[in-house]
Ligand binder design. Structure first.
Ligand code: AMP
Length: 249
């Protein structure tokens, strides 16, 4: 089977995100960008399926600015076989990304699309679900374990209060949760090899998708500062503070 893995270029998860002075968004200038962590988990899962002889080809796709090619190269260095870069300058919303991925799925014919459960920049958690709906495919979201069994995928999902195991008919869309696996680091030889792997470039227009923005961001603000804690003397003091200061009991 072929597996399509969307990989988004986002602010690195170690970076302290700063809101722009005019509150229209967050600072991106001179900020370290990396692959969305959930997408690293998707790439790792696709590689494990390839190593298990279940998958023949892994295609990494990124939608966005020219530098998204670096994100695709990272996926190629980890073990993906080739890349597709959908060049788009400026913001793009999950629905447009889902429409683009649908067109690519129709062209490439993957059996499985492994999407991150959410991108850590906008925290939308929408693309995988929208993609499955647009394709009319089954979906298993927030997956912490998958087993491919013939024409089905058995997926364990992290739901409120426990785990749910479902069976989904292929082709399907999977969205990855944190505990699915621990992504590998790319080795130096594989980083060198990745430079030779092909990346095709296309655009939303080539795919017949209108990427225009439908949502208006009214304001982006820093979360309120957390107040520092206090040390209590003893249990009586704790109860007193909970009752009279915090007023929670
Ligand atoms: P979101 O719905 O924005 O939280 O994103 C969920 C997942 O969709 C991400 O983890 C990626 O796998 C995929 N995705 C979203 N935006 C893009 C993009 N611009 N390029 C490639 N993949 C994307």
């Amino acid at each position: 089977m072929k597996i399509l893995v969307p990989v988004k270029r986002v602010i690195d998860y170690n970076v302290k995100v700063r809101v722009k002075a005019d509150q229209t968004g967050v600072e991106l200038a001179n900020v370290k960008m990396s692959m969305n962590p959930f997408d690293e988990i998707s790439v790792e899962q696709a590689i494990r399926l390839k190593e298990a002889g279940i998958c023949e080809e892994i295609i990494a796709v990124s939608v966005g600015v020219q530098q998204c090619q670096e994100t695709i190269r990272t996926a190629l260095a980890m073990g993906a076989d080739r890349g597709i870069h959908v060049l788009h300058d400026g913001d793009i919303e999950p629905l447009a990304v889902a429409k683009i991925l649908k067109e690519l799925a129709n062209k490439e014919g993957p059996t499985l699309i492994i999407v991150g459960k959410q991108a850590i920049d906008d925290d939308s958690n929408q693309t995988g679900q929208m993609l499955a709906a647009l394709l009319g495919w089954g979906q298993a979201t927030f997956v912490s374990d998958i087993q491919v069994e013939g024409e089905q995928v058995k997926a364990t999902r992290e739901v409120d209060g426990g785990l749910e195991t479902i069976s989904v008919k292929l082709p399907a869309v999977i969205t990855t949760d944190l505990r699915l696996n621990e992504p590998r680091y790319a080795s130096l030889p594989n980083i060198m090899k990745a430079k030779k792997k092909p990346i095709d470039q296309t655009s939303p227009a080539d795919l017949g998708v209108d990427p225009s923005i439908r949502l208006e961001i009214l304001k982006v603000a820093e979360p309120p500062q957390r107040e520092s804690g206090v040390k209590v003397e003893d249990v009586a003091d704790l109860v007193d503070k909970l009752r009279n200061t915090a007023k929670v009991i």
